[in-house]
Design a binder for this molecule. Sequence first.
Ligand code: X8Z
Ligand code: ZN
Length: 634
Amino acid sequence: MRSLPLLVALLVTVACTTTTTTTAPAAVPADSSMTASEATPPSPPAAAATPAPPPAPTVADAEKFVSDAEARLAELSVNQQRASWVQSTYITYDTQILAANENEKLINAGVELAKEAARFDSIELPYDTRRKLNLIKLSLTTPGPSDPALTAELARIGAELEAAYGAGKYCPPGKSGDACLDINEISNILRTSRDPQRQLDVWRGWHTISPPMRERYTRYVALMNQGARELGYADTGALWRSNYDMPPDAFAAEMDRLWGQVKPLYDSLHCYVRWNLNKKYGDKIVPPHGPIPAHLLGNIWAQEWGNIYDVVAPPKASSGYDLTKILETRKDIDPLAMVRMGEHFFTSLGFAKLPQTFWERSQFVQPRDRDVVCHASAWDIDNVEDLRLKMCIEKNAEDFTTIHHELGHNFYQRAYNRQPFLYRNSANDGFHEAIGDTIALSVTPAYLVKIGLLDKEPPASADIPLLLRDALDKLAFLPFGLLMDKWRWGVFSGAIAPADYNKAWWQLRLQYQGIAPAGDRGEEFFDPGAKYHIAANVPYARYFLARILQFQFHRALCNIAGYKGPLNRCSIYENAEAGTRLAKMLEMGASRPWPEALEALTGQRQMDATAMVDYFRPLLDWLDKQNEGKACGW
Ligand code: X8Z
Ligand code: ZN
């Protein structure tokens, strides 16, 4: 997880990339109407009054404070990441405690520094000093209360929740030990089984891991909120939303604006998929006008639907190839070779090879002898060059894409490693999540032919099937990417009470995704906790942004490469100019507000879903025809 360069980490327990999430709005994005002061994070409450007020701090005081803070956070972050790496790759009682201890130190330092940073609120400062002070105040994903016992409790619960998720298994009735199913086994069943009873059984089975988390999660939320309030934020959600160089409410509105751009596409895909599922499973299992049952979409969370392509594929049309089948048949390709292929794409753009230590220290496959967190993540342990991948790679198309996703984090991390510590992060967290996906968009049939995975390019008639398969992953994800943090923002603000956690979860799933569980899911369940990012407290709006940004980046890079055809056939493989422009943006790290980074690559200062719409245009017209005369919606 993590790209956590810094303190963020700390506050973050683990994330997929880690990053410390920072941001700093010393300058304001041109497209928003806020003023610089609105964009500045709130100041923590003033310290207790002292008889004689200390002399006003100077610019030199502020600069010294920032440079000391950077050094302190850098050191703590390395220790925290090492402990967290060991915990995630070897889940035991002891490693949880060791990781929680390091997290606690980082949280305490982050909170202390965020409070102290407020001392400099009212003086004029050079750009970088002001930006870094803001980053210090915003970087805590998991803010802790000033009472040390409470922050220790917070760190302990955080480690326990993540470990509970990582070690989670479903033991079918009468089974135990090796007969219990872990997340990879359950995912494989959902990916390949077309027996609705079997799918429902393992779907329910995975959701048994989370009810025991509910009480701890509730306490975790209360502790984080106390920490966030001490820092001057309304709640933890407001803190998270403050990380985008704009006021938190403006960010929430920005998410809704982007969703409005793509919602018609989703509705159209939903309509087509439901119709096909109904044909396959019948009215009793898939009501023709209602929401789609959540267990039938090929993924535990119904967040990406590409695995059920075979169920919805247009009759007679062939997409020309099935990457999972190719990987399965090629005995010479193992998980490591898949990672080498991913690395090769980046080096073809001019990026340096990954360091030898990456190959020595990463976890590529699931160890047989112990519990690990299989959820994929990319690490930058020393914030410089100790890059690592942590996955439980299997030979399928989904993992091939995920490898590119994770390597995007690693190449980003290395690109910004010459920035000062507080800037070793992405422009905003959506950028971090979008880079590897952008590269994966260039994994076209023509590219697969070039690297020898495919014999020949499929005919143009395969475009619609190929786009449909892409849409099942990319478009289907959008409402899920949006609602994950809508749920958490509601939980943090109190709009969703603990007694309604599950009800609110399924209301949002229905409203945005048009899916529903089979059977009642009352409050004896805690279904949100069965998703990694909830258990591990990793913010999720980043993935929604990344789905939009990756098409914007792809369109810009294809333009830079001089490409003229349809976007879905563009690959920037081996294009040095595209590589140079991409590297330039990555090297900026978090040194400037994100609209500047976006502009550096795309010429646009606003996130914009029109590139995604352009990409899928041929499919959208085709879907409209398929849906003619059908009742859509739920
Ligand atoms: O968590 C991830 C990555 C690691 S940052 C594997 N993703 C989200 C998820 O799995 O829910 C990538 C897509 C969305
Ligand atoms: Zn990621």
